[in-house]
Ligand binder design. Structure first.
Ligand code: MSP
Length: 511
């Protein structure tokens, strides 16, 4: 049976959700909704990364026990995602008991398979990155990502034989058996894999806030090793939970291997190399695809708490609403490239796409239909030229999903709406009304309603809130899922009748 499993990274709880987290999560939600609407059983996993020195320090600063502190921030993430209409299947926390058991099970297997050994490690460690950092990565003596001085760290740790899996991973990435997108990131990883690679330290001796190693209780699991395993515990791969975590009747472990890990480019090495090596070590299949998106700056500057320019999703929702925020975040820049976040550009984009284009079409069409036909009129079969346009838009829309060109989705969907706005100008329904050409008038209005409804269906995974209100005006005999599938596979949109009543301005212009 066809299934689909998509993940976001799990987010560190030393910070509340910001626009970077929102970006990844919205992308995953849109992809997940698209699959669900096509009737494909889908598992969408997100969650929080709660162990490690960074979190221990943040909790201390807040005068709380680490777990208490994590409980508060994890709730904030859940709350934020709910208000952004993110429909995850499971929200994993690395302090969940079933996750801890999964980590221990995997590490024990790796140990038994002879892939873990004890050795000394000495190096510079950046606590914000939660990783060792080499001298040549430093910029003016500080970590380039966090601007802080790394500390010299030496201890006896356990190591994972990453180097043993280097060639096989290279081969799988090169052949796209493990696909890395975009291509530039794939090449970057292949390049790194051709150099000498170090084994990874997988444990910490002095850190208490972590999962104890199953084979040495004196050490805790390195936070990155702990975190990567969330992709297995999130679907309860080993059945450590009592309750069923999805609406599906089959075992959620069957969602493995993951279809798509969506991550930022900064954490690609862990996902493209360390994670696959761990899976190979325990004999599990590798994920199929990793999509590494770019980073964005804010009005040209790096986003950071120190600079005080961190954008929180709440601020955007206040301006653009839930749907506006989701669609703008998704469309900001091509996936994979870096981009700049500019509020004025977003406002401009919102007004052009929604207020002036789609919102205007909806408004004009309902106003005309009400004026000329009062309560209802007989919907006519779609005209040939409109159907042709619809076919093109649907095909382009599907291609956007297939190629993961998500930034183009909204613009592609509203191409139909731009066409419809032009169609109004060409067909001049007001002249048809004046000349009492009622049959032609019905045809034009029907065509416009087909365009409005098809655009609504295409926008639905991105803008679930407003669009579901709009879709209520269209009566049909199918469920939303059937309608979406019918549109995408058969290029068909059906309307039994339209409930003609004054509609609120769907997308008011933003100043
Ligand atoms: N906890 C790890 C991930 C473990 S996954 C097994 C982590 N967490 S994070 O909270 O620091 O970052 C999570 C995601 O947010 C990453 O994919 C990162 O790339 C993304 N972003 C953080 N800041 C960002 C921008 N300024 N722009 C775009 N994405 C950014 O890493």
């Amino acid at each position: 049976m066809k299934k689909f499993y998509v993940t976001t990274p799990i987010y560190y709880v030393n910070d509340e959700p910001h626009i970077g987290h929102t970006y990844t999560t919205v992308i995953a939600d849109v992809i997940s909704r698209h699959h669900r609407l096509l009737g494909i059983p889908t598992f969408f996993l997100t969650g929080t990364d709660e162990h490690g020195a960074k979190i221990e320090t943040a909790a201390k600063k807040a005068n709380l026990e680490p777990k208490q502190y994590c409980d508060i921030i994890a709730e904030k993430f859940k709350h934020e995602w709910q208000s952004l209409k993110i429909e995850y299947t499971n929200f994993i926390r690395t302090t969940d008991n079933y996750h801890e058991k999964t980590v221990q099970k995997i590490l024990q297997k790796m140990y038994e398979n002879g892939d873990i050994y004890k050795s000394y490690y000495e190096g510079l460690y950046c606590i914000q990155c939660e990783r060792f950092i080499s001298e040549d990565e430093l910029v003016d003596g500080v970590c380039p990502d966090h601007g802080i001085k790394p500390v010299l760290h030496k201890e006896e740790n356990y190591f994972f034989k990453l180097s043993k899996y280097k060639d096989i991973i290279f081969e799988k990435i090169q052949s796209d058996e493990l696909q890395i997108l975009p291509e530039t990131r794939k090449n970057e990883i292949l390049g790194k894999l051709q150099l000498k690679i170090e084994d990874v330290s997988i444990s910490r001796k002095q850190l208490r806030w972590g999962i104890p190693l199953p084979f040495d209780q004196e050490q805790t699991t390195y936070v990155w090793i702990d975190a990567l395993i969330n992709y297995l515990s999130g679907i309860d791969y080993f059945h450590f939970r009592d309750e069923n975590i999805t609406e599906y009747s089959f075992d959620t472990a069957e969602f493995w291997p993951c279809d798509l890990h969506i991550i930022g480019k900064d954490i690609l090495w862990f996902h493209a190399v360390v994670w696959p090596a761990m899976l190979l070590s325990v004999g599990l299949d590798l994920p199929k695809k990793i999509l590494a998106h770019g980073f964005f700056t804010v009005e040209g500057k790096k986003m950071s708490k120190t600079l005080g320019n961190v954008i929180r999703p709440k601020e955007l929702v206040k301006i653009f609403g839930v749907d506006g925020t989701r669609s703008l975040v998704l469309s900001m820049f091509p996936l994979g490239t870096d981009g700049d976040f500019s509020l004025s550009e977003l406002k401009e984009r919102y007004n052009v796409t929604f207020a002036d284009n789609y919102g205007n079409l909806v408004n004009r069409t309902f106003v005309m239909a009400l004026k000329y036909f009062k309560e209802s009129f007989e919907i006519q079969p779609i005209s040939y030229s409109v159907k042709e346009q619809l076919n093109t838009v649907v095909e382009n829309y599907k291609t956007c999903f297939e190629n993961l060109e998500l930034h183009k989705i909204v613009d592609t969907a509203v191409e139909l709406s731009s066409f419809a706005n032009r169609y109004i100008q060409e067909q001049t329904p007001w002249v048809l009304a004046k000349e009492n050409k009622l049959q032609q008038l019905k045809q034009v209005l029907s065509d416009l309603f087909y365009c409005i409804k098809a655009t609504a269906l295409l926008l639905y995974p991105i803008m679930p809130e407003k669009i579901s209100t709009l879709l209520k005006c269209f009566v049909s005999e199918e469920t939303l899922q059937q309608e979406y599938t019918n549109l995408l596979f058969n290029n068909e949109v059906n309307i039994k009748h339209v409930v003609l009543k004054p509609v609120e301005i769907l997308f008011p212009k933003i100043k």
